[in-house]
Design a protein around this ligand. Structure first.
Ligand SMILES: [Zn+2]
Length: 317
């Protein structure tokens, strides 16, 4: 696991799901539904967080969550706000199962209808219109990707692209997300996120997974939307579609993978009930699923042996 000293300057090391850690001076998320999304944030230590630590684990890495970026203090922060429940993501590592995952525990009350605000990694888009950029994986981006890509991965960096896309948070605001996907899939992925944005589908966070993310102890409460991660398919030796840049996981917590007695993220069991419709869920027949079926991608919510409704892929795996 990452050393607690990995975050400098008084920042806090946060571990998100199994694989995801970030340094954040203001780690408590508050429910966007209560209008508290506008947290007063000071600049976050991305550079310090980017340094990764030892400890390699064979634990399967999941969809990971983003580093919170600099954000100016919001005027709302000084407003009188009602007391509300809040959630400190990554604060409590779970007891481990023999397979390395965390124990599946009941969903904390504040997360049963999860609507946490977004911490911006990148500046929000100007105006209300959808925006996107597509570019190469530069040395700076590659450095931020840490161990989510290595020369042993099946796709060279030259065949990957770094995307930024607008997304709507649970706070109702527009944010800018980032992800890496295969060059051949980039235009289609941008189109899918354009459709999700037009549908005002809420997404909690979308940032590059880091080495710290990949090495963190499981806390079962991560919710990062991500594309590229070079890892094996869960429970298998072959590479996941994520390792080829042709899969995206969206809102893992609202759309947990369920395989027998395992739920990932481990605290998301309340979302096994797909009949209880809550924001951020992908539901069969819904317009949000069509955003990906339109580009020819397959939805993991249709799988038979296990359900993985956060997962969309070009190759159906
Ligand atoms: Zn996936």
């Amino acid at each position: 696991m990452p050393p607690e000293g990995g975050c400098g300057n008084g920042k806090v090391l946060l571990s998100f799901r199994y694989g995801y850690v970030t340094c954040n001076p203001c780690p408590v998320r508050t429910p966007a539904a209560l209008g508290l999304a506008a947290l007063a944030l000071t600049a976050l230590g991305l550079a310090a967080c980017g340094r990764s630590a030892p400890v390699a684990t064979s634990r399967p890495s999941p969809p990971v969550s983003p580093l919170a970026p600099p954000r100016a203090p919001s005027p709302l922060a000084s407003k009188e706000l009602p007391p509300s429940p809040s959630w400190r993501i990554g604060a409590s590592p779970l007891p481990l199962r023999p397979d390395g995952f965390g124990q599946v525990l009941s969903t904390p009350a504040v997360l049963r209808d999860r609507r946490l605000g977004t911490l911006d990694v990148l500046p929000p888009p100007p105006g209300a219109a959808f925006r996107s950029t597509t570019g190469p994986v530069t040395p700076a981006i590659r450095a931020r990707m840490g161990e989510s890509w290595t020369p042993a991965c099946p796709v060279p960096l030259s065949r990957l692209r770094y995307l930024t896309v607008s997304f709507r948070g649970f706070d109702g605001d527009a944010h800018t997300g980032e992800l890496v996907v295969a060059a051949r899939a980039a235009p289609q992925v941008v189109q899918a996120f354009r459709d999700l944005y037009a549908a005002r589908f809420p997404i909690e966070e979308m940032r590059l997974p880091t080495t710290a993310d990949l090495r963190a102890k499981p806390t079962g409460d991560g919710n990062n939307t991500a594309g590229y991660v070079c890892r094996a398919a869960r429970g298998q030796k072959r590479f996941s579609a994520h390792a080829y840049g042709i899969a995206v996981d969206v809102n893992p917590f609202q759309n947990p993978e369920v395989r027998r007695d395992l739920v990932l993220p481990e605290l998301a069991g309340a979302y096994r009930d797909r009949g209880w419709r809550r924001p951020g869920m992908f539901l069969a027949g819904g317009a949000e699923v069509r955003a990906f079926s339109r580009i020819g991608w397959t939805w993991g919510g249709t799988w038979r042996s296990s359900k993985d409704p956060m997962h969309f892929s070009l190759n159906g795996q």
